[in-house]
Design a protein around this ligand. Structure first.
Ligand SMILES: Nc1ncnc2c1ncn2[C@@H]1O[C@H](COP(=O)(O)OP(=O)(O)OP(=O)(O)O)[C@@H](O)[C@H]1O
Length: 288
């Protein structure tokens, strides 16, 4: 592994770490001894070719898919070594926005947001209503959206409602699986702005699986690239542009990328902080 960082890694709090993680389905090894750190307060963009295992890693971190080996630490705690009460405590620190929102169609937005509250907290209905309304406002939805069913919402509103549900328990870390997929460019840009705003105001850490180059260029502080069953490169968008790797070059400098105005020199809402920048040595990427 080449360390090509100009900055000193390791000064920031690691909120999530995956070490030596292997996940396989029968003989299909999807992740093989993967390592990844996520730092508190950052927006990490997680990219890789289709079918490389981005969702599998996210689901494995969330314990929805078993792994064959490896250690996953959330807020410094190894899930496998803590008791049930601590597991629940850790689960409450995580929020998830699944691809396509995954709202319960028979529940209103308010009721959807209250699902995790009912599962984990014992609050009076009036307080849960107040909290749900707060979350609705927080994600930029009009107050009357709270009483609508998912079928009555636009694609962008569904994403926002799902984000409100992900924020229901005031998590430290939110996982977003392709949050801007299916949105038009304006809706996607607005959603990106919302994510950046929430990170800045709530101090959220965001783990975002995405194919959206706009998001990667505009809001992600750091990017991790999945290929060859592990993370083959990590760093800022500027680092990605300079990595000598065919898949990374074609992904970040290809035709679609060239259509994005050069924003790498512009200030982001929160500039990237000191992070390690790594590229697996001597390997031709097969991220696609
Ligand atoms: N529950 C499962 N059972 C068996 N194989 C699975 C399962 N979930 C995922 N896979 C396999 O794991 C591999 C990675 O899938 P994954 O959905 O993580 O890809 P991805 O990188 O998120 O792709 P995309 O960008 O297209 O969403 C694929 O080969 C997929 O078929």
């Amino acid at each position: 592994m080449i360390q090509s960082s100009e900055k000193e890694p390791g000064k920031r709090e690691v909120i999530l770490s995956a070490h030596d993680v292997t996940v396989a389905f029968g003989s299909n090894v999807v992740l093989d001894k993967l390592d990844l750190d996520v730092y508190r307060g950052e927006i990490l963009g997680f990219v890789g070719g289709s079918g490389t295992g981005k969702s599998v890693l996210m689901r494995s971190i969330l314990r929805l898919i078993p792994r064959q080996s490896g250690v996953i630490r959330i807020l410094g705690e190894d899930y496998d070594k803590v008791d049930e009460a601590k597991k629940i405590e850790l689960d409450m620190r995580l929020g998830v926005l699944f691809q396509h929102g995954a709202l319960f169609s028979a529940l209103t937005v308010r009721e959807n947001i209250q699902v995790p509250m009912r599962e984990y907290l014992d609050l009076p209905q009036s307080l849960m209503d107040e909290l749900a309304e707060l979350k609705v406002a927080m994600v930029g939805l009009a107050p009357d959206a709270a009483d609508k069913y998912p079928s009555e919402l636009s694609g962008g509103m569904i994403k926002r409602a799902a984000l409100a549900r992900a924020l229901a328990l005031d998590p430290d870390l939110v996982f977003l699986d392709e949050p801007t997929s299916g949105l038009d460019p304006i809706g996607a840009a607005e959603f990106d702005e919302l994510i950046a705003q929430l990170r800045d105001t709530l101090g959220l850490t965001v783990y975002m699986v995405t194919h959206d180059l706009d998001s990667l260029f505009s809001v992600c502080d750091r990017i991790a690239v999945l290929g060859q069953k592990r993370v083959i490169a990590e760093g800022t968008i500027e680092d990605m542009l300079s990595f000598d790797d065919p898949w990374i070059q074609s992904y970040f400098k290809g035709k679609r990328a060239r259509m994005i105005p050069d924003r790498t020199s512009q200030e982001r809402s929160s500039p990237p902080q000191e992070t390690g920048v790594t590229l697996e040595s001597g390997q031709e990427s097969e991220a696609n």
